[in-house]
Ligand binder design. Sequence first.
Ligand code: URA
Length: 236
Amino acid sequence: MRINKFLALAGIASRRKVEEYILAGKVKVNGKVVNNLSTDVKDTDIVTFENRTVRTNANFVYYKLHKPKGYVTTVSDEKDRKTVMDLMRGVHHRVYPVGRLDYDTEGLLILTNDGEITNILTKPNSEVNKIYIVHIEGDITKDDIKKLSSGVDIGDYVTKPCSVIALSASEKLSKLEVTITEGKNRQVRKMFASIGKNVVLLRRIQIGEIRLGGLSRGGYEPLNAREIRYLKSLKK
Ligand code: URA
């Protein structure tokens, strides 16, 4: 397989970008810098990018984690707060979180070493549904729901139309299910802030066809074959 295809499939970057990396001398095959874009690699070749071995499909692993609030979604935190990686201690592969959940947000986080899947799920126009349970202080009106679902100004951006369903509403607390296809920073919190509502609980329960299910807070498990098939179907 051509070196640029191999690196793109491994999720390093697009084929075009990967060619730039090759020409910049960042890629080695069996310890030697490659600068010929038509180089072919075999299964037995050891390919490195910036001196780190590039994994092929066979090494990919996929997990789901129920991130509790009070954890940062990074590999290490400069303020020494607990990170989601602290919860993944039993996993011996080097996995990375796909996207981010805020410190105060809980719920479904996918972790993998498959860079291509990470790129697909986190690109701004991925169109993959993300479903959140949102608890807010106070009541919610039909007009609020209409505003949220048609798109609101969250400061520097107007959100796309989305689905907002009220599960229960009262003067004290209301519960909603919100489905968005985007992932702007703190988007759901900002959407509710834009209509003057304070979010007291935010939990992601689904990404595409992957569900949080009954996983307890802080728990993780490998994705099952059906879930992995779904993720791989996004690659096409
Ligand atoms: N929206 C938010 O406000 N926070 C998250 O963590 C995810 C979506």
